[in-house]
Write a protein that binds this ligand. Structure first.
Ligand code: 3PG
Ligand code: MG
Length: 382
């Protein structure tokens, strides 16, 4: 992959930087939209700083949310632009790329408009590099191109997990949708010593084992695949042995308080919903992590936004932080959970990409990385 040093001299040149500034926003006290978590914005700074210091004129572009090809005030990048200006005032940020249908369609005319007047392109948008969108795969066909500092670091760290992990290597995967994660679970089982599964997705595994799941989230179309994985992996695949359940009439806290009764059970009663791993499971997961020399964690263990179902995610976050080995956390909700618990500084590396980190671990490559390797200035092609 070409790096910043593989670009032609940049003094007085114009550089287009694709960053992933898709950050969570919130409504401030005055009713204005503001950045709720600037992790991805701060992560983009080293590359922007380097380019500015080289004397380049830098234009940054990003998507925000999923606006479906039309301008929409709810996905205006203005709050992000304001925060970015506090960190690096010398750069300009274009409007939300996804306001144009050409971005997600990978449209060639849109690519040409983006690169118009630019002399070089830098992809530092690790979190969006699993998308074969115009701004990710198009510019390297037309301009000298390079991976930014963040993208290069992400690939080095996540790729290192697959290449030569210190053992035992334990992966903890959670989150709601089992269908989205079966591919990465299969790939992880090729390299890890232990794969620990929690979160909503665990209930399809429990159902596949014939354990009562009540009204918990289950994907009936994936039961057979889960059953086969459990059989093939044997005791390398660890699933919950107890869960925290919510009574049938109960509701989840959503800003306000939730309602209903909770209990810990090894099988979920009829009509109840399992919404977090139980204390015995949390202890077992923590014990797996305590002996690991390499850890990868992606996805919450329960509905942690509701305090009644936050203990499992907190226990895993603390165990990941306490693990003396090399720890890597895949972005999104797990990074947010670490941040809320004040544990971000205690893990080895927090990826800025959720989906992207999983796809890189699953396939060993991403469309955005492949595009950079094809650039005319890539080391192997010169
Ligand atoms: C993310 O936040 O996962 C990335 O920015 C990619 O966004 P997307 O899932 O909407 O493509
Ligand atoms: Mg995503």
């Amino acid at each position: 992959m070409p790096l910043l040093e593989d670009l032609p001299p940049l003094a007085g040149r114009r550089v287009l930087v694709r960053a992933d500034l898709n950050v969570p926003l919130r409504t401030g006290s005055g009713g204005q939209r503001e950045v709720a978590d600037d992790f991805r914005i701060r992560a983009a700074v080293p590359t922007l700083r380097w380019l500015v210091d080289q004397g380049a004129t830098v234009t940054v572009c990003s998507h925000l949310g999923r606006p479906k090809g039309v301008p929409d005030p709810a996905t205006d990048l203005q709050p992000v632009r304001a925060r970015l200006a506090e960190l690096v005032p010398e750069v300009r940020l274009l409007d939300n790329l996804r306001w144009d249908p050409g971005e997600e369609a990978g449209d060639e005319a849109f690519v040409r408009r983006l690169v118009d007047g630019q002399d070089a392109y830098v992809n530092d948008a690790f979190g969006a590099s699993h998308r074969a969108h115009a701004s990710i795969v198009g510019p390297p066909r037309l301009l000298p191109a390079a991976a930014g500092r963040l993208l290069a670091k992400e690939v080095q760290v996540l790729g290192g997990l697959l290449a030569a992990p210190a053992r035992p290597f334990v992966a903890v995967v959670g989150g709601a949708k089992v269908a989205d994660k079966l591919g990465v679970l299969r790939s992880l089982l090729q390299v890890v010593d232990r794969l620990v599964v929690g979160g909503g997705m665990a209930f399809t595994f429990l159902a596949a084992k014939g354990i009562g799941v009540g009204a918990s989230l289950v994907d009936p179309a994936r039961l057979e695949e889960c059953r086969v994985l459990l059989e093939e992996a044997g005791d390398r695949l660890v699933v919950p042995e107890d869960v925290v359940c919510l009574s049938p009439e109960g509701t989840l806290a959503d800003g306000g308080p939730g309602s209903g009764r909770t209990m810990v059970a090894s099988a979920v009663p009829e009509g109840w919903r399992g919404l977090d791993i139980g204390p015995a499971t949390a202890a077992r997961f923590a014990a797996c992590l305590a002996e690991a020399r390499t850890v990868f964690w992606n996805g919450p263990m329960g509905v942690f936004e509701d305090e009644r179902f936050a203990a499992g995610t907190r226990a895993v976050a603390e165990a990941v932080a306490a693990c003396p080995g090399h720890s890597v956390v895949g972005g999104g909700d797990s990074a947010a959970a670490l941040d809320r618990l004040g544990l971000q500084d205690r893990v080895g590396f927090v990826s800025t990409g959720g989906g992207a980190s999983l796809e890189l671990l699953e396939h060993g490559d991403l469309p955005g990385l492949a595009a950079l390797r094809q650039a005319s200035n890539a080391p192997a092609r010169r």
